[in-house]
Design a protein around this ligand. Sequence first.
Ligand code: SAJ
Length: 432
Amino acid sequence: MKMKKIMKKEKVAVIGLGYVGLPLAVQASLKGYEVYGLDNDKQKIKKIKKNQSPIQEKFLIKNIHQAKIKATCRSSVLKKADIILICVPTPVDKNFYPDLKPVRKAVETITHHLNSKNKPLIVIESTINPGVSEEVVEPIFREAGYKVGRDYELSHCPERINPGDSRWNVTNINRVVGSFTKRGLQKTLNFYKDIIDAEIYPMKSIREAEAVKIIENSFRDINIAFVNELAKSFDKLNIDIVDVIQGASTKPFAFMPHWPSCGVGGHCIPVDPYYLIERAKQAGFNHKFLKTAREINNSMPEYTVELMQNSLNEIKKPLNGTKIGILGLSYKANVDDLRETPAFKIIDLLKKQKAKVLTFDPYFPQLSDVKNLKELLRKSEAILLVTDHKEFKSIEAKDFQRYKIKVIIDGKNCLNKEEIKRKKIIYKGIGH
Ligand code: SAJ
């Protein structure tokens, strides 16, 4: 029986071994590719070399031991790669302007080691605004003497990693792909179809692929802004927004629930809309709606602090000098991620009003002012919940009562409001 010739798989290099790049490197390795992992964080490289995951993600903790990733800081490994995946951060600066420096640096590094004999496929997974591949990335290669389609292929496959999600991970999330050339598109589709058991959807061009991720996350940002504005309005109308959204969610079609909160954090939702706002501005279009949504979501930390101030005033206490316990620093439940977290904005605002702030987050002992939840409750007069970690959702009203907590502001509407109110503790949620 003729042995099926096992095609030798290409060599893959992943630039950036964070939430996006490391799972991708692990999955490509598990699928039989020879994988080089490139990162400038020596600590991270050291851990990966010992098959330890620097990130507390279920998929990584479960699979990194079987993966064989040649982790290194040396960019010369790029010479060997047939496929290069760019997974570096794309943050915004303090004026919310997209910062493409990490992407530019990764691309420039590739040009120093590009081996056109391999005609490598280069795929950007980092979130970039429409036009960046054609107006920023391809010109860097061109200036270095490389022609797309001749010396290399260039595609975009926007990342869709959802930190802390135990169901959706790099192995099963549908993806979209856009490329400069038909051949580049086909090569990219082949690679992702080989490592991911999900739909890999070819886009009309790289520009449409760049727009997909931006609008996915802008969609989420505007819907969160919608319920945040409703929360402020319903607080005045004495309507419970959570009850209303739950009611509206009984409609089996054409409604998608989002929930008000003390702020919108993370590396995607509060960031990605600015990419489109900025790019469209350069082309002469003003995204009023996206900007308004951003302003509403950015106003929630201040709104939350006002709720605390008004509640304390009800019992004739000022913010000034009152001991306020902050429950949670992470931007979202049950993950160790501080990026764009509303917690820091809330803490700053409280400190400006001279409140005495104590923080506790079980995922960040090194940033917590106390060792555990009990100590926080014991040392606080009022509580402000920022993150709905499962440890906090199980706190019972009698615990708050035992430690003589007088006011609770529930930034994620996740505590037992009725129970707490029955204990004669002032409770305010966000529109709830
Ligand atoms: N948030 C709200 N109300 C909501 C949902 C979220 O205030 O109804 C807040 C969260 O508290 C958090 C921020 O928004 O501070 C972002 O939350 P998120 O659940 O969107 O979490 P992210 O930032 O991890 O978003 C990721 C995104 N995934 C990618 O970009 C690949 C996003 O596209 C996903 O929709 C999201 O996960 C998800 O669905 O969980």
